[in-house]
Ligand binder design. Structure first.
Ligand code: IMP
Length: 179
């Protein structure tokens, strides 16, 4: 059972912000086909809500998935990023949006941008639900951002602690006793 100290962002606020992000992406990519790449596993819930807020009359999307190593079962970063599953689609000449759950140290995003930009996309942007700028180790930011949050470990709406709590509807701060 999930023990949370407080709700940080309620589900209706998340939905409202994702509507705005979808509208912005629709406007920016009108008439184009966009390859949207979800970074497993944390971004899947955000990703599935986001793509349905992109107007299908105006933008065609193709979806793909990349999996990279994250923090294992603790919330301390090793600083090491490894590709566990690569994209299936070719990147060359495509308009690509990386969809990530959170920019924390920035190391994952830095790695992904480097790998994907070396494959000559027509454009490469990042859409991220959360940003924790206090923890940043490298200078990097998202082109589309949901919310900036303080330096707290969050669970729910796709975010996990030791692979649990992803199915909470709100974004919450975990009770330290649950760690
Ligand atoms: P970064 O490479 O340090 O920017 O972190 C990237 C990954 O760390 C994210 O994609 C998340 O999977 C994980 N992460 C960072 N902060 C949190 C958090 O507060 N809750 C859950 N996962 C997190």
């Amino acid at each position: 059972m999930a023990k949370v100290t407080k709700v940080l962002i309620e589900s209706d606020k998340i939905a409202q912000r994702i509507k705005q992000l979808g509208a912005q992406i629709t406007q920016d990519y009108a008439g184009k086909t966009v390859l949207m790449i979800a970074i497993l596993r944390g971004s899947v819930i955000f990703f599935s809500d986001l793509i349905r807020e992109i107007d299908s009359d105006k933008v065609d999307i193709i979806i793909d998935f990349i999996s990279v190593s994250s923090y294992g079962s603790s919330h301390k970063t090793t600083g090491e990023v490894r590709m566990l599953k690569d994209a299936d689609e070719a990147i060359d000449g495509k308009d690509v949006i990386i969809v990530e759950d959170i920019v924390d140290t920035g190391l994952t995003l830095q790695y992904l941008k480097k790998v994907l930009s070396s494959r000559n996309p027509s454009s490469l942007k990042v859409c991220c639900l959360l940003d924790k700028p206090e923890r940043r180790k490298v200078e990097i930011s998202a082109d589309y951002l949901g919310f900036t949050i303080p330096n707290e470990f969050v669970v729910g709406y796709g975010f996990d602690y030791a692979q649990k709590y992803r199915n909470l509807k709100d974004i919450c701060v975990l009770d330290p006793k649950a760690k």
